[in-house]
Design a protein around this ligand. Structure first.
Ligand SMILES: [Zn+2]
Length: 414
């Protein structure tokens, strides 16, 4: 196919047409100019497009949760529903992600194992579904926060056993290090669940099992422990500071700042019962978060876009685009913001490169215009290409109809 402009994961090609040739699951060639008379892409009936970029990576999501459900009573009741019901919700969330241009989702955990089921489905279905990296259950300290998504590690003697078991099924090991944020007080609740030695032991055990680690973590106490313990990625990381960022840049610890859930609470205080004071606190937290993200980019901390989709008010798919916009509004270049949602996470996680690059995976997003000219172009997805599968959002061939038809053919778990 021929594109007027493109982003290859690192660099923007704004001038002059480029021809991108897809052969099965691989981009077999990228050439200057319009070479459409020489090359065609069998199965991909898209000839001339305005803008091409790699399939997006959602760096932090909870597929089993519908983030668009705002009623907290309905959300609580849902957690008591059947796993089958949750798998259905997760499938719909994967579809929403695909329609937004996402081709790889890192699921950051659920206790029901819905993420593992969806990973198997997405891999075996042959449909244009995003691939799933699944963290399964996380690990947490005794009696700490996170019972809904983590296994308990009571003391250091249990680390090998618990991590060993988790590593068999989980692509990443999630460490629940700190509790949630008390927005009224503007601080993190409780103390970190692990000290540096325990956290290091978890990280080292996970690494020797070939697994990356990420920490659910906000507040300086927790961030300092995670960084010192050699964690691979800090998720959320509210109340960040420069000292931590310098250390993270030095060790190349990634940061997934997940603006979206806090932004929702700021935007929609009535759903959360916040008074104007708390709303003001939320604004200050978000502004300080933005400044830290800008500083992180300047210092060379690997930044990853992840929306925490599934959280209250954070729907799958569109929220990742919100996250790219938060990066952009924080002052990051479009190049850096988009790299954080494409090439950076793939590289950090040891995934194969994808996008309009020779020999990369043919996971591509076609947009109606270039986001380098107009940020809103990110929401105008014309097609999502996953090898031979092409999804055209809003133009039939939705995953729903295909999945329902074929559901019994590949029921996972067997
Ligand atoms: Zn999360």
């Amino acid at each position: 196919m021929v594109t007027s402009s493109m982003f290859d994961g690192e660099r923007y090609w704004g001038e002059g047409a480029r021809t991108v040739v897809i052969d099965g699951d691989i981009v077999s060639d990228v050439a200057d100019g319009d070479q459409s008379s020489f090359f065609s892409c069998p199965g991909v009936e898209i000839e001339h497009v305005a803008f091409l970029m790699p399939g997006l990576v959602e760096g932090h999501a909870h597929l089993f949760l519908n983030g668009g459900e705002l009623d907290t009573a309905v959300r609580s009741a849902y957690l008591k529903s059947s796993v089958d019901n949750m798998v259905g919700v997760g499938r719909r969330n994967l579809q929403l992600s695909a329609e937004a241009g996402v081709t790889l989702v890192r699921d950051a955990g659920d206790r029901f194992g819905v993420n593992h089921i969806l990973r198997a489905e997405a891999a075996s279905s042959g449909f244009p579904l995003p691939r799933v990296r699944s963290a399964g259950l996380g690990v947490r300290g005794p009696r700490g926060y996170g019972a809904f998504m983590a296994r308990e590690v009571g003391d250091l003697t249990q680390v090998s056993e618990v991590i060993g078991e988790l590593a068999e099924e989980s692509d990443d090991i999630k460490v629940i290090l700190t509790g949630i944020i008390d927005f009224e007080a503007g601080a993190v609740k409780g103390v970190p669940q692990f000290d540096v030695d325990s956290c290091r032991k978890i990280v080292e055990t996970a690494h020797s099992a070939g697994r990356k680690t990420f920490a659910h973590c906000s507040g300086l106490d927790g961030i300092a422990i995670a960084v010192e313990a050699g964690i691979d990625s800090i998720e959320h990381g509210f109340f960040m500071n420069e000292e931590m960022l310098v250390a993270m840049a030095e060790q190349q610890v990634a940061w997934v700042p997940t603006f979206s859930p806090v932004d929702f609470q700021w935007r929609s205080p009535k759903w959360c019962g916040w008074d104007p004071n708390t709303q003001g606190m939320l604004r200050r937290i978000l502004d300080q978060h933005s400044r830290q993200v800008a500083l992180a980019a300047e210092l060379g901390v690997p930044l990853v876009c992840g929306s925490d989709a599934g959280s209250h008010g954070v729907p799958h798919g569109s929220s990742l685009i919100d996250e790219v916009e938060f990066f952009s509004k924080a002052g990051l270049s479009m190049q850096t913001a988009l790299a954080s949602a494409t090439s950076v996470p793939r590289r950090l996680w040891g995934e194969e490169p994808a996008g309009p690059v020779k020999q990369a995976r043919a996971e591509l997003v076609v947009l109606a215009a270039s986001p380098f000219d107009d940020l809103t172009a990110l929401r105008r997805v014309e097609a999502v290409i996953m090898g031979r599968n092409v999804l055209r959002p809003g133009r039939g061939n939705t995953i729903d109809e295909i999945t329902v038809k074929n559901l019994n053919a590949y029921r996972p778990g067997g």
